[in-house]
Design a protein around this ligand. Sequence first.
Ligand code: DER
Length: 232
Amino acid sequence: KMAEEAKKLAAYSAVDNHVQNNQVVGVGSGSTIVFAVDRLAERVRQEKLNIVCVPTSFQARQLILQHSLTLSDLDRHPELDVAIDGADEVDTELTLIKGGGGCLTQEKIVAGCAKHFVVIADYRKDSKVLGQQWKKGVPIEVIPMAYVPVSRMIVKKFGGEASLRMAVSKAGPVVTDNSNFILDWKFEQAQDWTEVNTAIKMIPGVVETGLFVNMAERAYFGMEDGSVQVRD
Ligand code: DER
């Protein structure tokens, strides 16, 4: 399928351009990162690279172990050389919406610990403004006991609507790797994302937002025509 090929293109470009020997690599979550881990493992084998990987979720941890890559953590490596991760949408300022896979909190922590944070995505994530293509809203991780007041406060302050993310293969709400709930906030129009991100984080009960502002250094987009577009 075209989008899968595009994901692979972006993932391979990022791994080939940003991973060197003796590095600590943050491994993101989602489906695009699977191609990046495949390429990482291939390069480790072929080039005998000495790298360690820090996961951003149970899923990322499984990927690292399944590919026999060296698993590490932020206790051992609080500073990473590079973090590679996907995104649900990227705007022209490299502001991201992340959290479609529910892993935004550990992803943002790891991205924040990396000298370089690089995003990999297919052409469907490449937008001018947030909300143009991604219609599921901004994911927000919340402490379970607070999800109702938090969702009310967000709507009161910024409009739109916020809904509790319900699980598909489990009765009840999605529970994150950190044992929290997720609200998906469908905003009505583009905002000052720096201001909104800060304001939402200040609401008691909010753990993290899926707005990654001024964090990504570069995004690789795999395109329909088989090319790769780079946005800095
Ligand atoms: O949930 C997440 O933050 C993922 O990284 C998501 O943003 C990208 O997932 P995808 O590569 O499956 O589109």
